[in-house]
Design a protein around this ligand. Structure first.
Ligand SMILES: NC(=O)c1ccc[n+]([C@@H]2O[C@H](COP(=O)([O-])OP(=O)(O)OC[C@H]3O[C@@H](n4cnc5c(N)ncnc54)[C@H](O)[C@@H]3O)[C@@H](O)[C@H]2O)c1
Ligand SMILES: [Zn+2]
Length: 356
């Protein structure tokens, strides 16, 4: 696998991307930049001003958020690439959040049976999660990520300054993905994040920026050891078995949550089960729960809600032999994959999660 990580810490970081793109590997290549409305407004000129190699690149704007991840948009991009004379040596530069890197990676995977691409994530979720690992996807109807390819980017460039224009709602979404990553890999860093959140009034942007690199390194290492998503990479689903089902339920109820907020509630559920089934300390759940309630209004689910969320969990593509499988923790930094949970455990957990 050829994935490279370039993590600049200052503006000069984009200059190192410029050097990378000027390298022999891209000799005579044409670059096509993908943006959405917000990355166009906040990030494109910064990128181009530091990357002379991109000054003549054409750019295409895709619709904001999940509206970008459709077959129609992919078709339009393929048609636009053909019309612009793109060939097998062309390179797509995805400048945006996870939706831009998901559709851009998908389009790159299909065009001429696969061209190269580079991810320049501009959201926290993009930086620590979506841009890394080579999973690309589009949504079918309202169901997320149903069709896609594993097609790794040539490079990922992280310019932390892009986070400065990100709305707080989006930072909070990334914050819970960050908490998820750190609870899987590093007790000290996880505790540092919790105490920094405890001390600050809002989202502590500086602490978060300091921890991006560790999260990127962790996801990269896990991905490299399991590039086809068959074994150890499953640990990254911590919080997501409950989280995805809660996200779908809330959307259907007309009170949607951000993905990260739903993952936060999912983490609380799975921490509670970790204590119950694997003997993890209950103190860990309690501390996490305090953090969660500062940023997310955790709903109180009724038995009827729990049944609906359970039905979403039963459709999860990661289940096997009709068992609901979860990643749980024995302790911070000690995940266990494929723990089977039964329907009553799901119901009990959901009835408890909104209570304190
Ligand atoms: N492929 C993977 O492995 C993977 C992993 C995690 C998430 N994802 C996918 O990523 C998507 C979520 O990613 P996301 O949270 O980045 O969402 P997003 O791409 O929709 O970005 C969130 C919002 O922030 C705006 N934005 C982006 N950069 C900005 C900036 N610098 N300043 C101001 N606004 C900016 C966007 O326009 C959008 O409105 C989901 O579709 C999810 O399925 C994929
Ligand atoms: Zn996630």
């Amino acid at each position: 696998m050829k994935q490279r990580i370039i993590i600049p810490t200052s503006v000069s970081s984009l200059s190192s991307l410029n050097r990378w793109l000027k390298g022999n590997r891209y000799k005579d290549a044409r670059f096509f930049i993908l943006v959405d409305e917000n990355s166009y407004a906040n990030c494109l000129s910064e990128l181009v001003s530091h990357c002379s190699v991109l000054q003549d690149a054409e750019f295409f704007e895709v619709p904001v958020s999940e509206n970008a991840k459709t077959l129609e948009v992919a078709y339009q991009l393929w048609a636009a690439l053909l019309e612009s004379g793109a060939d097998r040596n062309s390179v797509i530069i995805n400048l945006g959040g996870g939706c831009v890197s998901d559709i851009g990676g998908f389009v790159a995977a299909g065009f001429k049976r696969g061209i190269r691409y580079v991810n320049i994530p501009t959201t926290l979720v993009g930086m620590i999660d979506a841009a890394i690992g080579g999973k690309t996807a589009i949504n079918i109807e309202n169901t997320k990520n149903q069709v896609g390819f594993i097609h790794h980017p040539d490079a990922i460039c992280i310019n932390l300054a892009f986070l400065d224009t990100l709305p707080e709602f989006e930072m909070v979404s990334g914050l819970f993905e960050m908490a998820k990553t750190l609870i899987l890999c590093d007790t000290e860093a996880y505790k540092r994040l919790l105490s920094s959140l405890d001390e600050s009034r809002g989202v502590p942007i500086d602490t978060i920026k300091q921890m991006v690199r560790q999260c990127v390194d962790f996801k990269s290492a896990v991905t490299i050891s399991d590039p086809q998503d068959r074994s150890v990479r499953k640990i990254l689903n911590f919080g997501h078995t409950f989280g995805h089902a809660i996200e779908s339920f809330m959307k259907e109820s007309g009170t949607p949550l951000s993905h990260g907020a739903a993952v936060g509630i999912g983490m609380k559920c799975e921490l509670y089960l970790s204590a119950k089934k694997l003997g993890m300390s209950e103190k860990i759940t309690e501390l996490f729960s305090n953090l969660l309630t500062r940023f997310v209004a955790v709903p109180k689910f009724s038995l009827k809600d729990a049944e609906k969320i359970l039905s979403y969990m039963q459709q999860d593509k990661k289940n096997r032999d009709n068992l609901i499988l979860c990643v749980l923790l024995q302790d911070i930094g000690v995940p266990v994959i494929d723990v089977a949970i039964n329907e009553n455990e799901v119901r009990d957990t959901l009835l408890l999660v909104g209570k304190g």
